[in-house]
Design a protein around this ligand. Structure first.
Ligand SMILES: Nc1ncnc2c1ncn2[C@@H]1O[C@H](COP(=O)(O)OP(=O)(O)OP(=O)(O)O)[C@@H](O)[C@H]1O
Ligand SMILES: Nc1nc2c(c(=O)[nH]1)N[C@H]1C(S)=C(S)[C@@H](COP(=O)(O)O)O[C@H]1N2
Length: 174
């Protein structure tokens, strides 16, 4: 199983500030996943071409099973992650974005500014998470319980989670 944490940020890709979200995603995954997995991090700038090319390469050449993007889902002109992803996926899974916005709204009213979503390209599941490091835990905790079954359905293989840890993360009332 190959998982990619893809940070999409102009400033982080230029080194203007340290990428905290990519490492936060990697740490979160290592805590929750029990199977042997390769987890790699990449940083790219915002933009249609940049995101589209990166996602196609990760899915079609690098054989990623799961790509978690962070950043570029907001209303700023350069925030084009969802639009670029829609050009490369074969089907969208809007439930991921709906749930992430819902649980995020309990923490920050600006959660509704994220156009985050998810989709499938071949046998790769791609999920958008907002760029703020604080968004990683909230969003992944909410949607990750659906990820193993989704990966199985699209033929990406099996992934085991540390259910005790995942349960501990489960949102209130879930
Ligand atoms: N990957 C990241 N690492 C650390 N901080 C981040 C990251 N992404 C966002 N932030 C924080 O959230 C703030 C605003 O989020 P925003 O998504 O606009 O950042 P960004 O996508 O890196 O911006 P840009 O792409 O214009 O450089 C940033 O100023 C930064 O403080
Ligand atoms: N859980 C969570 N969701 C969040 C946020 C956050 O801090 N935590 N930030 C919001 C804000 S301020 C913005 S602008 C949008 C989009 O952020 P992005 O452009 O970094 O993807 O995510 C929103 N969703």
């Amino acid at each position: 199983m190959k998982i990619v944490a893809l940070t999409i940020s102009d400033r982080a890709s230029r080194g203007e500030y340290e990428d905290l979200s990519g490492p936060a995603m990697e740490a979160w995954l290592r805590k929750v996943i029990a199977s042997e997995c390769e987890i790699v991090r990449k940083i790219i700038p915002d933009g249609m071409q940049s995101v589209r090319d990166a996602l196609i390469a990760l899915c079609d050449e690098d054989g990623a099973d799961l790509v978690l993007t962070t950043g570029g889902t907001g209303p700023s002109p350069r925030d084009l992650t969802p639009e670029a992803m829609r050009e490369v996926i074969t089907m969208e899974l809007p439930g991921f974005g709906e749930l992430m916005r819902r649980v995020s709204f309990e923490e920050v009213p600006t959660a509704i500014l994220s156009r985050q979503t998810a989709g499938v390209r071949g046998r790769t599941l791609i999920i958008n998470v907002p760029g703020k490091p604080a968004a990683i835990d909230t969003c992944l905790t909410a949607v990750f319980p659906a990820v193993p079954y989704c990966l199985d359905l699209i033929g990406a293989g099996r992934i085991e989670t540390r259910d005790d840890v995942l349960k501990a993360f489960r949102p209130k009332g879930a």
